[in-house]
Design a binder for this molecule. Structure first.
Ligand SMILES: NC(=O)C1=CN([C@@H]2O[C@H](COP(=O)(O)OP(=O)(O)OC[C@H]3O[C@@H](n4cnc5c(N)ncnc54)[C@H](O)[C@@H]3O)[C@@H](O)[C@H]2O)C=CC1
Ligand SMILES: CC(C)[C@@H](O)CC[C@@H](C)[C@H]1CC[C@H]2[C@@H]3[C@H](O)CC4=CC(=O)CC[C@]4(C)[C@H]3CC[C@]12C
Length: 409
């Protein structure tokens, strides 16, 4: 397995607040020749003998992973859904042939994680604090995203669980603190992954822990096989930020004001395809450990390349909203001033209430920086093809938005 540096490894530098570790990048191992293909999906006649654990299984992505496993993993005997906040919808899943075990737990509590992992064959670790709006402290973000991931890894090692799929993020790579564009890049594109914000720092550190754990001997002496998936901006049924934009538009009389140039491209991927990639990776890890172990894969599909706001309008437009302006209505310096005032207000109000608007200096910078991916590594390594076309992804998301009940199905 060759070593290479310089690629979009995500092993860049994180400037944690004082007292938190600083990370120097390490090259991500990469492979040369492809291993043998394993054709087709698992034979549905196969015995149901596998136990899967999905952490964060009640989240936006997690719920889709849970439902996709039940639909497309015929070898499933038990599906454990581990989450801090269990959803009521889980009850409806308990009537099927697969044993669905809901576990209310906290990934920061090693003993709770160990108990959930015990006896599992595969862990899909999606749990995390996805916070770029200042809701949680940097310490909490790190505790959940980094220590929580470490707890999952150790639980796999101690319990003899051999396959771990981690939900990483595009943010492990960028946009970086210099605002450098990443235009239709892939897993090996050279890019300086330097971060300062707690969220990307935590995801980068957690991903590094997962990849470095690949090959560790688990109880029983066999090697742990790990893999990290990097979704770009996920959309689809259950996407709360899309709902937030919709409600913001309603408050402005059906209008949204353009803040980002249409030329800034942002990668987006449908939640159903991200879930499918997780299921496929989990299935293929066993037979392609040499090829896939320790690897990262961007999550991608046929969603069009657009600015974040223009892409959102694919769904908000059919819901009656209009994006005002062909160019940003306010100059960038004024947007930055408003974003900074939001951050100041959040700090001042924190003792009284949580003020966490969409616009802050970090979200403005990310939205204003091109970050899009063009890759086929997942197809080459484990035969991934998007399950949902762009048209289906769009229709499903619009239906959910128009239904308005916010359920993910
Ligand atoms: N939403 C997006 O656009 C993207 C998300 N991701 C990653 O995908 C994963 C899932 O993200 P989303 O579904 O969007 O977020 P989400 O917030 O909807 O789901 C996260 C789930 O983790 C659970 N969780 C949080 N802290 C926990 C703890 N201490 N113990 C146990 N469970 C805990 C939450 O209750 C929630 O159900 C995250 O790891 C995130 O970093 C990656 C790229 C893009
Ligand atoms: C207020 C306007 C400037 C508006 O355009 C701001 C949009 C902003 C809220 C989003 C723009 C880019 C999004 C992030 C991106 O999709 C990458 C992400 C990856 C993750 O792992 C988690 C979510 C997110 C950080 C995502 C969050 C929302 C944006 C910053």
């Amino acid at each position: 397995m060759g070593q290479e540096g310089g690629g979009a490894s995500g092993r860049g530098r994180c400037r944690w607040p004082a007292g938190l570790g600083d990370e120097d990048g390490l090259p991500v191992a990469s492979l040369g020749a492809l291993g043998p293909w394993r054709q087709g999906m698992a034979d549905s006649a196969q015995a149901q003998e596998l136990v899967y654990l999905v952490t964060g299984g009640c989240g936006f992505l997690g719920e889709h992973v849970v439902r996709m496993l039940l639909q497309r993993e015929p070898r499933l005997r038990e599906l454990r859904v581990f989450d801090l906040h269990l959803g009521p919808w889980l009850e409806e899943l308990k009537t099927g042939p697969v044993q669905v075990t809901a576990i209310q737990g906290d990934v920061t509590q090693a003993h709770e994680v160990a108990a959930a992992v015990a006896g599992a064959h595969v862990v899909i670790h999606t749990a995390g604090l996805v916070d770029v709006f200042g809701r949680a402290s940097p310490e909490t973000i790190r505790e959940v995203n980094v220590q929580g991931t470490q707890n999952v890894i150790e639980a796999c090692v101690q319990n003899g669980t051999r396959f771990l799929v981690y939900t990483s993020s595009m943010e492990v790579v960028g946009p970086n603190i210099k605002g450098q564009p990443f235009y239709r890049g892939n897993e090996d594109t050279p890019y300086e992954a330097a971060h300062r914000h707690p969220y990307p720092c935590s995801k980068a550190l957690a991903e590094r822990l997962v990849l470095e754990a690949n090959g560790r001997k688990v109880r029983g002496g066999l090697p742990l096989v790990t893999c990290a998936l990097r979704p770009t901006g996920i959309y689809g049924e259950g996407h709360q930020i899309m709902k937030d934009f919709y409600h913001q538009g309603l408050r402005l009389g059906g209008r949204l004001l353009r803040a980002i140039p249409a030329s800034v491209e942002h990668g987006r991927v449908y939640v159903g395809n991200v879930a499918w990639m997780h299921v496929l990776v989990a299935r293929e890890l066993e037979h392609r450990a040499a090829l896939m172990g320790g690897q990262v894969y961007f999550c991608y599909d046929h969603s069009p390349y657009k600015s974040y706001e223009d892409f959102n309008m694919e769904f908000l437009g059919p819901c009656g909203l209009r994006l005002v302006g062909t160019h940003p209505l306010l100059p960038y310096w004024l947007l930055l001033l408003l974003a900074t005032l939001n951050a100041l207000l959040q700090w001042l109000l924190r003792p009284l209430l949580l003020y966490a608007p969409l616009l802050n200096p970090y979200t403005l910078a990310v939205a204003n920086t091109t970050f899009s991916v063009s890759t086929d590594k997942a197809r080459r390594h484990f035969g991934y093809e998007p399950l949902f076309s762009w048209e289906e992804s769009r229709a499903r998301t619009i239906h959910w938005m128009q239904a308005g009940e916010g359920s993910t199905q």
